[in-house]
Design a protein around this ligand. Structure first.
Ligand code: 6GU
Length: 248
């Protein structure tokens, strides 16, 4: 997969050289290219923003640098490969695991993190007429720019690519993964030593009884979901739970 990021803070994307994403790059699973938006400005001060039409606080990112940057980046692609353009914005649709799975199937993602009050709307409309453009938010809070959301989304997508996670099974029962534990949060996990500061391990995990262990994990997932994310249970098919679950 190819990933391009156009930003006024290329150094903010340095973490893409580290850990899972960094290894995926080193192994050739990911081709990541970070670009400085100011390369596509032409004035002495490399201006990327201006005051908003209609007045109000803050600044808006000018359309011309974004247009030139996106034309150059998109034009550098392989013959016939069209990018999906991801526009991080608190006004976007929620970025979910389902969207991460969908994006992980694309050959090429171009991210356009903005600072200030966002990008002149005409840029999104213009590229939206010709490409698959996704305006996505990572949660209900406001950040100063889209760079941290790009790191979040790239990590969520990269770990789904074939050959990136060490163990292909590792994301099978992730919280939010589709499947048997869909819409349940993951329960607690333990490792050695068997006793730490006077605290032991739930006996069932030492029992060797795989059926009982699976049952316990599901009960814990249900308990944790009830406590932390009751909204997730509202949208779960009641058939996914048996009578005993509902009595917990
Ligand atoms: Cl994608 N951008 C910004 N600036 N703030 C956010 C966000 C994105 N998602 C949640 N808050």
């Amino acid at each position: 997969m190819r990933l391009d990021v156009v930003t006024i803070f290329p150094e903010y994307l340095e973490p893409l050289n580290v850990s899972l994403v960094g290894k995926a790059r080193a192994r050739g699973r990911l081709d990541v290219r970070v670009h400085d938006l100011r390369e596509w400005t032409h004035d002495k001060h490399n201006t990327v923003d201006d005051t908003p039409y209609g007045g109000g606080p803050g600044m808006v990112m000018k359309p011309e640098p974004w247009g030139e940057a996106l034309d150059a980046v998109i034009g550098s692609g392989a013959e016939g490969v069209r990018p999906t353009i991801v526009v991080p914005t608190p006004s976007g649709k929620p970025f979910t695991q389902e969207i991460a799975v969908e994006l992980a199937e694309k050959p090429w993602l171009v991210f356009t993190p903005a600072r200030y009050e966002g990008i002149d709307r005409r840029v999104i409309d213009e590229y939206g007429d010709h490409y698959d453009v996704r305006e996505l938010s990572i949660g209900d809070y406001v950040l100063a720019g889209g760079e941290a959301p790009v790191l979040v989304m790239v990590e969520a997508v990269a770990r789904l690519l074939p050959g990136v996670l060490g163990n292909a099974e590792s994301h099978r029962d992730d919280s939010f993964a589709p499947g048997a534990m869909a819409d349940l949060l993951e329960g607690p996990v333990y490792t050695k030593p068997p006793e730490w500061r006077g605290r032991g391990i739930p006996d069932v995990l030492l029992s060797g009884h795989h059926g009982k262990i699976a049952r316990w994990r599901r009960d814990e997932a249900f308990r944790r979901t009830t406590a932390n994310r009751p909204d997730l249970l509202e949208r779960t098919d009641p058939a996914a739970f048996d009578k005993k679950d509902r009595e917990m």
